[in-house]
Write a protein that binds this ligand. Structure first.
Ligand code: SF4
Length: 108
């Protein structure tokens, strides 16, 4: 069996190492903040919903910051089994997303 990587179609989620990014399309309003802030990692589909293209194009911190700046908190970020963003336990949308969440990243 070939070990070559298969061409990856953009979907609502993607992984990079133990980082997993999921776009909740029911929340996505196509504002494209993620597309601009993490260029190459997201794109909008024909319905103006964000798809994950290639997470390796950006550092983990950039990916998480783009999720933090999504106006509708449509982007969920997990590291392993831990949800990094949005903050666990906060119902609905945070007014100042992310400023109270401590994140550490290993060098990439
Ligand atoms: S920033 Fe949020 S709302 Fe805007 S396109 Fe990306 S996921 Fe959708």
């Amino acid at each position: 069996m070939s070990r070559m990587a298969q061409p990856k179609e953009p979907t609502q989620q993607g992984t990079k190492g133990d980082l997993r990014v999921v776009v909740l399309h029911s929340r996505c309003i196509g504002a494209a903040v993620c597309v601009k802030e993490a260029a190459g990692s997201f794109k909008l589909n024909a319905a103006n919903k964000a798809l994950v293209t290639d997470l390796t194009k950006n550092k983990n911190e950039t990916l998480v910051n783009s999720a933090r700046n999504c106006p509708t908190q449509a982007i969920f970020v997990y590291r392993g089994s831990q949800q990094i963003w949005p903050p666990v336990g906060k119902a609905g949308l945070a007014k100042q997303p992310g400023r109270d969440v401590k994140m550490t990243f290993e060098p990439e």
